[in-house]
Ligand binder design. Sequence first.
Ligand code: XMP
Length: 321
Amino acid sequence: MDIKEIRLEELDTEKFITEKIEEISSIVGDGLAINALSGGVDSSAVTMLGHRALGDRFKTYFIDNGLMRRGEPEYIVSLFKEMGVTVELVHAEKTFFDALKGQTDPEQKREAITRSFYKDVFGELVRQIGAKYLLQGTNYTDIEETVAGIKRQHNILEQLGIDPEAMYGYRVLEPLIQLRKSAIREVAKALRIPKEICNRPPFPGPALAARVIGEVTPERVKIVRDATNIVEQELSDMGAFQYLAVLHEDKVTGVREGKRDYGLQIEVRCWESTDAKIGSPTRLPHDVLDRLAERVTTEVPGVVSVTYNITKKPPSTIEAV
Ligand code: XMP
């Protein structure tokens, strides 16, 4: 891998920001660039770098792929509005669900999302507005995992031999590629991005699809979205690196009101980690686990089993897909 990591200890945030702004503005020249804001710290930092480098020659979109957490698109658009950044909401739910239809293999699901995002949605946006560049928040860990063949990170292109210019008609700039998450948080703080974004747990590019085992349908995403909402409410004070709900493909036998109920399984994961490269499960108090089980089985229709993942990464990974 010929990209050199800048470690947190050696990062000079102000110097980094100045250099990246200069780099973006010299590459893009007087053309137009765009980016997709997901609300995570990486894409938020890229959004601010792009706006500082290019002003109104930089357009930011929030792509609603139908795989986001509850209320997320509206929340992010309004938060950036308060910072003076206009974010256009693009409804692309159908494109993504059509591409995911019938797909059960994890890597094929990730590939379907990549294709929908870069080719169908961004290819079209770029054509419409005449942009030549897409800025995105790929980080060092994403590259490492893709190159190692662990997961096809949805935002990795050139490292997989995909030439975005030839395939999609635009070039991709990745200003954060030398940094890991902890360093990106420092850059985001220096860019005056609100604390609620800087300190947010990571959220994967393929969004809730990374947490649905088997076919990703609107109905199955809704189940994992409802469970995620409960998990995030209950675990946000634990100081964990990341916490999530996974919907399993297999059903299990349960019992409700004295009758057999063959229902769904939700797995909860809560991670201690600093950079997502390795991780271990948080030792959650049993009363917290009890409350999670109680809430998920009563508030999410069809769920009869809640489990807690007690495996380290490796051999587990943080997301399930
Ligand atoms: P895994 O599941 O590989 O995840 O242990 C490591 C970290 O990366 C996040 N993740 C992604 N981030 N695009 C991203 O931008 C992706 O395709 C992707 N897949 C996983 C995951 O949430 C964790 O923080």
